[in-house]
Design a protein around this ligand. Structure first.
Ligand code: ATP
Ligand code: MG
Ligand code: MG
Ligand code: MG
Length: 477
């Protein structure tokens, strides 16, 4: 089943069940504090919070999302993209737990031939918040799930709140079991490689106050209008339905991966590290294409910086795959062709988008070339003087003045049989960051970059690793 077909079945099903179909909002949010649309709920926040009355009682959509928080997972897990599409259905004070559970189960388990998604109920597990007996009992009575495939989990995974006074409530998540070849038995609580989370149902049930943290607060009482917010990963359903191993091998992503394989002359499936790089290239090229199509352009701060970082990581990965020349012309065209049916703008606006992609690639390749020359000289001098290590200050100069990434310095030095004084480099980086704190412009940039993580946390992310991610990101570049 093609990705587009899954999306269409989802929309048809919810339309048939009284939902207004709403087009995807842009990846770029109206809220300057939130860099990107990170979940299907983002465009609906005014209705969910009650600030604005919802114009419909029920809605469903396919929302484009960017989650830079997941960047380190890309290629390593089967299920994390920096760009992905979230299928969502909402109830604004209309149906609640029973309706949400009934709809999800019916759509998932109705056979392919009857317009459903055709999952075998034996492959599905669900989790509920440990104190949510109501959801537990609904799953038991409304579906064929045996009790042992309904797991009770704690607040860290199965509770949604913004960390602020206002609405909050338990979640229930649906998982697909990929079977014993992928990991140990025991359900979603035990293994997140074998059990793939596909759908999150959020029951916005309570009003909370006296909030100490995301999971520590007092419940004032039940909300007068309870809401349903759900999110299902389109790429996750697609990779399961298409019988492939991961989301990078689905029909909307795989053509880019294949193009990278072709350009590199290497084989996919032959080397674990190379496979990760192929998947990173496929993911980052697609995310960059989609960001460009929503008007983001490469720059040194905010949204444009994230785009730049994605493109540069793709270039770096191609280089690690043995390709030193330009590849974006072909990679972006492959991604355009795979995405244009779902998003015609990637074709109609392609000449503009391609210009940005090619210019960014040319600049970064020049940076890499001049940095490499300088590093080669340093290596010759170091060896000539009988040294075994590139100094921290040289590595820092390359990074700071030439924009030459530290991981590349490490790699080239290693190839030449030298080490790099990483501790000294890190100390200089730290010193520079401390200095930057007094620099108003840098402060602004930092705010823009971290706000996405702060807001992600507010949107129910289960862990907050934004600052460490940023540290890693700045060294990856
Ligand atoms: P995970 O635990 O696997 O990281 P999550 O709990 O962070 O997922 P939610 O915030 O609940 O995900 O988002 C709702 C749904 O969106 C998920 O059940 C999943 O199907 C999908 N999804 C979330 N993050 C990604 C991603 N980075 N790439 C692809 N799909 C995703
Ligand atoms: Mg999860
Ligand atoms: Mg989840
Ligand atoms: Mg996640």
């Amino acid at each position: 089943m093609k990705t587009a077909e899954i999306a269409q079945r989802y929309l048809d099903y919810f339309e048939k069940n009284g939902h207004t179909i709403v087009p995807s909002a842009s990846l770029v949010t109206d809220d300057p504090a939130l860099l990107f649309t990170v979940a299907g709920m983002v465009p609906f926040i005014p209705y969910l919070s009650g600030d604005v009355p919802a114009p419909y009682p029920r809605a469903a959509d396919v929302q484009k999302c960017i989650r830079t928080l997941d960047i380190e997972e890309v290629g390593h897990t089967p299920r994390h993209g920096t760009f992905f599409q979230m299928l969502g259905n909402w109830s604004f004070g209309d149906y609640f737990k029973e309706g949400a559970i009934r709809f999800a189960w019916e759509l998932l388990t109705t056979p392919d031939a009857d317009g459903g998604l055709g999952f075998d109920p034996k492959d599905l597990w669900v989790t509920v918040y440990e104190e949510d007996d109501e959801a537990h009992d609904l799953w038991l009575t409304l579906t064929d799930l045996p009790e042992e495939r309904i797991q009770r989990l704690g607040k860290d995974t199965n509770y949604w709140s913004t960390g602020l006074p206002g609405p909050a409530g338990p979640c229930s998540e649906i998982f697909f079991d990929r079977g014993p070849a992928y990991g140990i038995d025991g359900g979603p609580a035990t293994d997140d490689d074998r059990y793939v989370e596909i759908w999150n149902l959020v029951f916005m049930q309570y009003e909370i106050t006296n909030v100490q943290s995301k999971y520590d607060f007092d419940i004032v009482g039940e909300l007068p209008h309870k809401n349903i917010d759900t999110g299902m990963g389109l790429e996750r359903v697609a990779f399961i339905k298409q019988g492939v191993d991961n989301m990078y091998e689905t029909d909307q992503v795989r053509p880019v991966l294949d193009k990278a394989v072709e350009l590199s002359g290497r084989t996919y499936g032959a080397d674990h590290q190379d496979d990760i790089r192929f998947r990173v290239v496929a993911d980052h090229v697609r995310s960059s294409l989609m960001l460009l199509s929503d008007g983001v352009t490469p720059s040194n701060d905010g949204r444009g910086y994230i785009l730049r970082r994605l493109m540069r990581r793709a270039i770096r990965s191609m280089r690690l795959l043995g390709v030193e020349g330009a590849t974006f012309k072909e990679l972006f065209a492959a991604s355009r062709d795979a995405m244009k049916d779902a998003y015609p703008i990637v074709e109609t606006d392609y000449p503009r988008m391609e210009q940005y992609a090619l210019a960014e690639e040319a600049t970064f390749l020049r940076t890499l070339a001049s940095g490499s020359n300088l590093l080669d000289e340093t290596i010759v001098q170091t060896k000539g003087a009988g040294g075994s290590s590139v100094s921290g200050s040289e590595a820092f100069l390359l990074h700071d003045t030439y924009g030459f990434p530290i991981d590349l310095t490490l790699e080239i030095a290693e190839e030449a049989g030298l080490t790099v004084d990483r501790a000294a480099f890190d100390a200089l980086m730290h010193e520079q960051r401390t200095r930057a704190k007094t620099d108003a412009k840098a402060r602004k940039r930092q705010l823009a970059d971290t706000s996405v993580y702060r807001d992600l946390r507010a949107l129910g992310e289960t862990s907050f690793t934004g600052y460490t991610d940023l540290e890693t990101a700045s060294t990856v570049l």
